[in-house]
Write a protein that binds this ligand. Sequence first.
Ligand SMILES: [Zn+2]
Length: 281
Amino acid sequence: MKHQHPTHPEPTDAQARRARPVVVCYPTETLPQLDLAASAARREGAELLQRLSVPPRSAACIDVPAGHFARIVSVEGPQVGDLNIWNSHNIAERFYSGKTRALHGTHVGTGDSLWSSFPFMRPLAHITCDTLDWYGYDADGGSVHDVIGTRCDPYTGRLLSGSDYHYCCHSNLTRAVAEHFDLPPEEAERHVHDVLNVFMLTGFTRDTHQYFMKASPVRPGDFLELEAQIDITLGLSACPGGDCGAEHSSDTAQCHPLVIEIYAPKTLTGFTPAPPNPYGR
Ligand SMILES: [Zn+2]
């Protein structure tokens, strides 16, 4: 945070320096444009292959073959999910929330890609439908589906409150990764990474620019739909914060399950798996 009472005086040209124009760091006009109409055509009549329920305060992993659709669905009540994504065949390639944020902004929506880590840097998935797209940004500057948070974790809880809580999304995801990829917990933990906060309502406070949350507007039936661009594995934790309207990292909040549905398109005509970034190194 910036000091409220700076110890250094403003230079005489301070206002002029502050008035310089804003330049978007990574304009996205030159990115390949998603063909959402083609995705919608493939989605039409796709068959429900699998339905996985993620119980509250726990996590699960599920494979999504390239070209298949995954829906993260709210059921029973408002609930936030912390999402990790890996290349199913090489979990060193994983979701890169920081670069996704740099390209698409603090909160993602329909038409955005979820990018993978270096040296691959390709879309792991495209967001093809978001039933909360009506929300936009509210008067507090908040919105849903952020790529600014990390994931709730026991280490920060220990630092801030001295407590040890074992059902943070970090720990839930660690257990799910260990089970899905058959890894010892210590190794599995290293593959857990910063998340897409599905359905979570977040922003930065106007005065101190601190990360804030407020109760998610998600309701049962809402979903976020992804189209896998390579074979991916999703890891989803039903956050112990519930709708994240009050607190997380405890057993206090009312929590609900989340569901992941996997749909197989009738045809993959027109679908090409995403190749790795062609940069030659
Ligand atoms: Zn969480």
